[in-house]
Design a binder for this molecule. Structure first.
Ligand SMILES: Nc1ncnc2c1ncn2[C@@H]1O[C@H](COP(=O)(O)OP(=O)(O)OP(=O)(O)O)[C@@H](O)[C@H]1O
Ligand SMILES: [Mg+2]
Length: 467
């Protein structure tokens, strides 16, 4: 670069090289702790700043102390910023603006987003490269907002043929575990996301020769961590992470193949409603008090009457809803119309709702009790709550729920989008008071199949009408 000394590159490990060479729109290097992610992150910034004169880069950590301790100090040293002779410096560091400025006009802005709204400080800015270090510490809302800031900053960058990019490094766990896992591990995309944009490089601690040779104790320490933390930080396992609330839940035990609901089992319906998400679960209770979540419905942007209509469309005529459970906030009256969501569900959709308690701690504890394996009369231990395989949103959300940092008996309310289905289930769990008894009037029912109504049964079936 003109007017500066040449920079001496370290020897990168193969995974680090793969990350440096990744040029997709979204590139993630994640997994085990100590793989060398932060190290390569710094070099990636420097190399891009060197290669593309005038590039505008944003480097983010969640908090300023993390940013300062992990990157600013090291970059100041690598770039020789404190050298008294200007010509010996590879870049200037302007501490008041937290920006490194290179002689070729490239800039690396060092930023952080401690609070949810801190991300809006980048409003109106354009960054050719955005780097989210420890990406799983950021919320999905922050990530989505940042994607809107990732665009070409100048004509010059266009001339290079440069495509705006985002880079991520991370370990499993943290408030952003769910969105990172969806994009880079599960690779489940919305219609507006292009799968080819997402590149994942899996980090292992064994990738890092420096640690393996000089810090053997570090690996031993990881070995001694509790099982889920060990899996996440030593092996980079994305299916577990520390802070998980429902440690008693496992896919192998609680998720089962669908089966026809036998006659006489009591049917419950439970919901969480908001414009952001309508989440509804249909649950059958057997005569031993076991509960089976057998259907779910989740959709965003539905007004109350639309949500009610869809719920009715999904509810089959054989389903004689014993209790239709709803959270207390649905009973809040609108100050202008004087009517509540519960009123609209009743008047327009025929839903006679039962108000659940919103004692969160008690609700989660009841759910934990129901997930817990228990042996009755010396039999094989079993839970009381099962989920049919087809309820995919609920099954995905439960393992992602984390402890609320300020109250270990409560579930964190962020990320909000994973709380809707579990909230609906919580309202059911807390409303459960007694086991169903066989209803003699239903003795003659011929059908055991839940998903069809026999003609000769139709007349005697009570069901919720939406006509
Ligand atoms: N290519 C390399 N050459 C020399 N040392 C390296 C190299 N890569 C990483 N290291 C050293 O290995 C150690 C761990 O690296 P680093 O902090 O980048 O790991 P990490 O994956 O970010 O860890 P964590 O998951 O804890 O954030 C550091 O001391 C770093 O300087
Ligand atoms: Mg790191």
């Amino acid at each position: 670069m003109n007017g500066t000394k040449d920079i001496v590159l370290p020897k990168f490990y193969p995974k680090q090289l793969a990350f440096l060479e990744a040029k997709g729109a979204r590139n993630c290097y994640g997994g085990a702790a100590g793989g060398g992610k932060s190290f390569v992150a710094r070099w990636l910034l420097i190399l891009q700043a060197y290669k593309y004169a005038g590039i505008n880069i944003l480097m983010l950590r969640r908090t300023f102390p993390e940013l300062s301790e992990n990157h600013i100090k090291q970059l100041i040293q690598i770039l020789n910023c404190k050298n008294p002779s200007k010509s010996e410096r590879l870049a200037e560091y302007k501490a008041d603006q937290k920006v490194f400025i290179f002689p070729n006009g490239s800039r690396i802005k060092m930023g952080y987003c401690k609070n949810e709204d801190d991300v809006y400080q980048y409003q109106g800015q354009e960054y050719d490269v955005i780097f989210m270090e420890e990406a799983t510490q950021f919320t999905e809302t922050q990530y989505i907002y940042l994607t809107s800031r990732n665009r070409l900053s100048s004509e010059k960058m266009k001339e290079y043929g440069f495509k705006p990019r985002m880079y991520f490094t991370c370990n499993p766990g943290g408030v952003g575990h769910a969105w990172v896992k969806r994009l880079f591990i599960d690779r489940e995309y919305t219609p507006t996301e292009n799968p080819e944009d997402y590149t994942m490089i899996y980090a292992q601690v064994t990738d890092n020769k420096f640690i393996m040779e000089n810090n053997k104790d570090y690996v031993n320490n990881l070995m001694n961590l509790p099982e889920d933390q060990k899996k996440a930080l030593l092996y980079g396992d994305w299916d577990v992470f520390s802070g998980r609330f429902f440690t008693e839940f496992s896919i192998e035990t609680h998720v089962i193949e669908a089966f026809p609901i036998p006659k006489g089992w009591r049917i419950y319906r439970t919901r969480d409603y908001g414009l952001d998400r309508t989440a509804v679960l249909w649950i059958a209770r057997d005569f031993e008090g076991n509960s089976y979540v057998y259907r779910e419905f989740g959709e965003s942007n539905l007004v109350v009457s639309e949500a009610g209509k869809k719920i009715n469309e999904l509810t089959e005529k054989w389903e004689d809803i014993y209790m239709d459970i709803a959270p207390p906030d649905l009973y809040n009256k609108n100050s202008q119309t004087g009517r509540s969501a519960a009123d609209i569900f009743r008047e327009k959709c025929g839903h006679y709702l039962t108000k659940a308690s919103n004692d969160r701690v008690q609700g989660w504890l009841t759910m934990k009790e129901m997930f817990k394996l228990e042996s009755i009369n010396g039999e094989e231990p079993k839970p009381k709550l099962f989920i049919f395989k087809n309820c995919t949103e609920l099954i995905k959300c439960i393992p992602l729920l984390r402890f609320d940092e300020s109250n270990p008996n409560d579930v964190a309310k962020e990320p909000h989008n994973i709380t809707h289905m579990p909230d609906a289930l919580r309202y059911y769990c807390i409303s459960w008071t007694y086991e169903p008894i066989e209803n003699p009037s239903k003795k003659n029912r011929k059908d055991t199949l839940p998903f069809e109504l026999r003609d000769d049964d139709a007349e005697e079936e009570k069901y919720i009408s939406w006509d």
